[in-house]
Write a protein that binds this ligand. Structure first.
Ligand code: FE2
Ligand code: FE2
Length: 401
């Protein structure tokens, strides 16, 4: 766009949004698209922080040219080598032959693995605490391994107190005019997609996120500029997102509440979930979500499982084993370190099978999942004489929320 998007006096937003991509990482639905953020510092020396995905790069190159206004590019800072940020980098290096790529040693290794090119004459390898003087802006590089990938670093601008935070603090969702979190109703319109992004993409790496936060303690941060989603520039917004991230990264629930994840072929297991949900409502549980694992995108279910304190999983029998959608969901939860939650089981089988055993086996690899109540089991459909057992489970769950 021939229009400058100003972050601070001489720092410009040059990123782009993709509203065509169906799935991020070919897995995660993007109902509102996704933004690939990139920032240009125009100082005595010019520096571009990160690239974007090749799918929307034509506009991106135009944005850079326009913001540079005839200047050359001196540095290309690569905080993260995942192709959603780096597939444009080779073209940028071609267009600006004097630009030097500022990157970690591991980042260089990954660039070579992905693109089979020789960058030896074009790199400045940086490590923990190294600095880059752009004239007015003094940048410091802080290693952030595994916030998302092992090569990741973040860049701190001592001058404007900006944290270029790589994937941390990102969100799904295209930019809709407003670039800054304080310009929108973030909690209403963006938080769920920030949560879904973090939990599903970076969720496994909570310990690494907390290690980065420890390193950032004592640094004044006036502005957080992530690689996806909105920019945070007010103390309120910065402390809000830091607070959320601390919960997510330490696997603590944000709120008390019960997520019932149903799996149902003909509606009988769904009925069991609906009855339990009604009982929980009547017992004063405020936050209740009922999802069908075959209907709601798994990434959204997972995000809410991390949001709330309790969950109920339906172990539906399928070919004598656990219903595939539920099996996959549970394994993904273990992969993402789902822990510190209270869970309960429902089971439906008509003539045998190991659905509940398999579910329990899967979750035995997860840490600190407290099972509430006895698994409630039905054969094909809920029978009226079972209501007392279901009421007992509802009592126990409600008492634990
Ligand atoms: Fe990433
Ligand atoms: Fe990313």
């Amino acid at each position: 766009m021939y229009y400058k998007r100003i972050i601070t006096d001489d720092v410009y937003y040059v990123g782009e949004s993709d509203r065509r991509l169906e799935r991020f990482e070919n897995m995660f639905e993007l109902p509102n698209g996704v933004a690939y953020n990139s920032y240009l510092i125009v100082d005595e020396k010019t520096a571009l922080s990160d690239g974007i995905d090749e799918t929307v790069s034509e506009r991106y190159y135009e944005n850079i040219r326009f913001a540079l206004d005839g200047r050359d590019l001196d540095y290309l800072i690569v905080n993260h080598v995942e192709p959603d940020h780096c597939s444009s980098i080779n073209n940028v290096l071609r267009e600006y032959p004097q630009a030097v790529m500022v990157i970690t040693q591991k980042g260089l290794q990954f660039m070579e693995q992905f693109y089979n090119l020789d960058y030896r004459d074009r790199v400045m390898i940086v490590k923990e605490g190294d600095r880059l003087d752009l004239g007015k802006h003094q940048l410091e590089f802080i290693m952030a391994p595994n916030v998302h990938w092992p090569e990741v670093m973040v860049t701190y601008d001592h001058t404007d107190k900006i944290l270029f935070s790589a994937d941390a603090f990102g969100a799904f969702g295209a930019i809709e005019g407003h670039l800054f979190a304080d310009q929108v109703n973030f909690e209403r319109d963006w938080l769920a997609e920030a949560r879904r992004y973090y939990i599903n993409i970076v969720g496994r790496q909570g310990a690494s996120v907390m290690r980065l936060f420890k390193k950032l303690e004592g640094k004044d941060i006036n502005l957080i500029a992530p690689l996806h989603g909105l920019v945070f520039r007010t103390p309120d917004m910065i402390s809000m997102i830091l607070e959320k991230y601390t919960k997510w990264a330490t696997y603590e629930p944000e709120e008390q509440g019960v997520v019932l994840v149903a799996a149902s072929m003909y509606g009988d297991s769904q009925n069991m979930n609906d009855i339990l949900a009604a009982m929980l409502a009547d017992r004063g549980v405020e936050n209740i979500r009922v999802y069908d694992v075959s209907k709601t995108p798994v990434s959204a279910i997972i995000a809410d499982l991390f949001r709330f304190s309790n969950a109920v999983f339906t172990c539906l029998t399928y070919n004598t084993l656990l219903y595939p959608g539920m099996d996959a969901l549970m394994r993904e939860l273990v992969m993402l370190n789902y822990s510190n939650r209270r869970i309960s089981y429902l089971e439906n089988q008509s003539w045998g099978g190991r659905a509940l055993d398999i579910a329990q086996e899967i979750f035995s690899k997860s840490k600190n999942l407290e099972v509430v109540g006895e698994p409630f089991k039905i054969k094909s459909s809920v029978a009226p004489e079972q209501m007392d057992d279901l009421l007992k489970l509802a009592d126990e769950i409600a008492a634990s929320v």
